[in-house]
Design a binder for this molecule. Structure first.
Ligand SMILES: Nc1ncnc2c1ncn2[C@@H]1O[C@H](COP(=O)(O)OP(=O)(O)O)[C@@H](O)[C@H]1O
Ligand SMILES: [Mg+2]
Length: 302
């Protein structure tokens, strides 16, 4: 079992048509036909959208994505049209609603990895490959890879796991030209972001992008969704990096640790939904998201 512990009721705004409830975002269409993407404070872990929100998370994700879109503008066009609040939207959408180009999304999670961990490590330990790419012997949890790799995954519905696929499988699904463009763009954006993060003492271990087309498939890919946030990326403090163990990271670590601790009383393997988070886990997680924003951008949050 997985999915939403409590399915949220989307807010209705005159002039906006509600299209979709994602794990974190609500999508609407405005009267001009553009997409209005509103990042909530929802938190997901272990394929569940938790019953507890993390205050300011939606705003942090949105502001950090906007900052990165600027850093990347010369490498990849992006979907952002405006940060202005749509007429009639609740004031509380300020800072977390974006008006975006409505794209024909490419149904591939474009993952770049510069370091080995997570599902990449699991596959490597079985086969010495990640997404079918051969890697050298002797790598351990947190090892830097000889060079960054493109490790695509298929996009899953809420509550399902994304599944790693080979480059050849992506080419079969979206065509050879689009697959090549996805790989090129993913690795180029990863390399730029990795260098920026490194200058700020942060390792960008891996990250996921989503791309779409504004027009026909022959056109340029447009970078969409969120980019280089703690929800879409593994950020590790560089001064604590130590291969051979799980790395401390700027994300849901507190949430995962608590959910899997005896204190939560939750059994990950059971059919039961996870419980509400205690206040100290909420506070520590909010602080991590804010710290990631401040560390990466060099700006202060409040
Ligand atoms: N410019 C865009 N045009 C159309 N769909 C988009 C665009 N940018 C992002 N999306 C989609 O919006 C949704 C974002 O909501 P989110 O809560 O992050 O969803 P998910 O549960 O899939 O992670 C995703 O399905 C993503 O593919
Ligand atoms: Mg998402």
């Amino acid at each position: 079992m997985s999915g939403f512990v409590e399915k949220p009721e989307p807010i209705q705004v005159p002039g906006l048509v509600h299209l979709h409830t994602g794990k974190v975002r609500e999508l609407y269409r405005n009267e001009a036909g553009d997409l209005v993407m509103v990042a909530s404070d929802r938190m997901s872990a272990y394929d569940w959208v938790l019953p507890t929100e993390i205050p300011d998370k939606g705003r942090v994700l949105t502001q950090l994505s906007l900052w990165w879109f600027d850093q990347l503008a010369d490498l990849a066009p992006n979907h952002v049209l405006s940060t202005e609040l749509p007429d009639g939207a609740p004031a509380d959408w300020e800072g977390r609603a974006l008006v975006c180009k409505s794209l024909r999304m490419v149904p591939v999670e474009c993952v770049a990895r510069g370091y080995l961990t997570g599902s990449g490590l699991a596959e490597y330990e079985e086969t010495r490959t990640v997404c079918g790419l051969a890697l050298p012997e002797g790598l351990i949890d947190g090892s830097e890879l000889p060079a960054p790799i493109f490790t695509p995954a298929t996009k899953a519905e809420v509550g399902e796991h994304d599944e790693n696929v080979s480059y050849e499988e992506v080419a079969r699904q979206v065509g050879a030209d689009t697959a090549a463009a996805l790989r090129q763009a993913t690795l180029a954006v990863y390399a730029r972001a990795r260098d920026i993060a490194r200058d700020r003492g942060v390792i960008l271990a891996d990250t996921k992008f989503e791309f779409g087309f504004a027009g026909g498939s022959g056109e340029d890919l447009v970078l969409a969704d969120e980019v280089l946030t703690p929800d879409s990326s593994r950020f590790w403090p560089a001064d604590q990096w130590q291969p051979g163990r799980a790395q401390p990271s700027y994300d849901k670590q507190f949430v995962r640790d608590w959910l899997t601790s005896p204190e939560s009383g939750w059994d990950r393997g059971s059919e039961q939904p996870p419980p509400a988070l205690p206040q100290q886990v909420v506070d520590a997680t909010r602080a991590k998201y804010v710290e990631a924003y401040e560390r990466l951008t060099g700006l202060s949050w409040s």
